[in-house]
Ligand binder design. Structure first.
Ligand code: ZN
Length: 191
């Protein structure tokens, strides 16, 4: 586990305020570097952990004595930050499907894993792969699909300003890649 250097973040934010031509000592800004550093510590918490460490942290599984039927958790709300602009990615929803290999994971743990992987400077595509990798480790199966939908403020609030554009990505592995019927069943369930 690593730690975020909050003192350095504070220094950097102070410099940023100066670079923007503002006065870091004025009333509204004097605590801003400290506040931003505190916020970054929270919203980038996932940068302190590797995928393996996240898997170890949320490895709460139960034996699955039933059939290995498709399990789906849909519309997990998360926020993340794009690594190209450090801009907020919002209205993000993660849906996960998997086929249990003799064990199932506590449902809240899937949300916690998605949340922790999102608390990094991310690309939406890599976020899906990170969630997949952590789940693969915990569930000991590759039969997993992770679909993410989200808005990127670097697209909606600047540049081409496509306010309503959403990006959808899918990380589709194991039987979800090879079995069309299974994949269709999953997409029907998350509609
Ligand atoms: Zn961006």
């Amino acid at each position: 586990m690593k730690e975020i250097d909050t003192a350095k973040v504070e220094q950097a934010v102070l410099m940023l305020l100066e670079a923007l031509g503002d006065d870091p000592n004025r009333e509204g800004l004097k605590d801003t570097p400290r506040r931003v550093a505190k916020m970054y510590k929270e919203v980038f918490e996932g940068m302190c952990y590797t995928n393996d460490e996240i898997a170890a942290k949320f490895n709460k599984c139960f034996e699955d004595t039933t059939t290995g039927d498709l399990v789906v958790v849909k519309d997990i709300d998360i926020f993340s930050y794009c690594e190209h602009h450090m801009a907020l990615m919002y209205d993000m929803k993660v849906s996960v499907g998997y086929i249990p290999n003799k064990k199932v994971i506590g449902l809240s743990k899937i949300a916690r894993i998605a949340d922790m992987c999102a608390k990094r400077l991310q690309l939406q595509e890599r976020l899906g792969t990170d969630i997949y990798e952590v789940l693969k480790k915990v569930l000991e199966t590759e039969d997993i699909i992770v679909v993410i939908e989200g808005c990127h403020s670097c697209m909606t609030a600047r540049g081409i300003k496509k306010v309503n554009s959403k990006t959808r990505t899918a990380c589709c592995k194991g039987r979800f890649m090879t079995n069309d019927a299974l994949r269709t069943e999953f997409y029907n369930l998350i509609k």
